[in-house]
Design a protein around this ligand. Structure first.
Ligand SMILES: [Zn+2]
Length: 213
């Protein structure tokens, strides 16, 4: 596990092995198909989804155990949330490919996101926060569908932000991770220096050695 510890330290993944280098939830969600320490789909089950949400601090432990119980009673409804999210992620990844290549946003995808957002009712609440009272938006949904809301919300926020033009795919051919290029000179090419960046440097070095030798 030494490798994952080093990657957690450099902000590449969280302790559950999900990538955190995207720069925001929407992009980390797009990258969630891969998980360090696993050679299959990162979100292969409802429990994986709970782990993804907990490890991104989007779900409290008690909410997670309620949903875990809910899963025993109603596995079909939970499975359908997982499938809806995986379908959404699939379309979102192809949107990110378009955006990273400078293509405009496909309006069909916007409609999909709008349609799913429309099914959530929310209300406002005053709650004590860290710095006094805070006005919070609460989702009026206790079932597993509530897991979709923060993801949908951040995808919508992403699509309306200047991150759209800063979307990049990792320059490494076999990587397929996305990130938001917020580097000051705009030249970040790899998902992270600790993984693809270093590998590219080493490869370039070996190639030079070969040519010189
Ligand atoms: Zn990469």
């Amino acid at each position: 596990m030494a490798r994952i510890d080093a990657l957690v330290k450099s902000g590449v993944v969280n302790p559950e092995g999900f990538y955190t280098l995207g720069g925001r939830l929407a992009i980390d969600f797009a990258n969630s198909y891969k998980r360090i320490g696993r050679d299959r789909e990162g979100i292969a089950s409802f429990d994986d989804l709970l782990t993804f949400m907990k490890s991104h601090h989007l779900l409290h432990e008690d909410e997670a155990s309620d949903l875990h119980m809910f899963h025993f009673q109603n596995p079909a409804r939970c499975q359908s949330v997982v499938e809806t999210l995986l379908t959404l992620r699939h379309s979102f990844r192809s949107i990110l490919t378009d955006l990273s290549q400078g293509w405009p946003l496909n309006p069909d995808f916007m409609e999909v996101v709008n349609g799913q957002l429309q099914s959530f009712k929310s209300f406002h609440r005053i709650e004590p926060g860290e710095e006094g009272m805070e006005l919070k938006t609460v989702i009026d949904e206790a079932g597993p569908e509530k897991l979709m809301f923060p993801i949908l919300h951040d995808i919508a926020a992403f699509l309306t932000s200047d991150h759209v033009e800063k979307t990049r795919g990792c320059a490494s051919e076999d990587c397929n991770l996305y990130f938001i290029n917020t580097s000051r000179n705009g030249r970040r090419r790899w998902c992270s220096m600790s993984t693809c960046g270093n590998r590219a440097k080493v490869n370039a070095y070996l190639k030079r050695q070969e040519e010189e030798g």
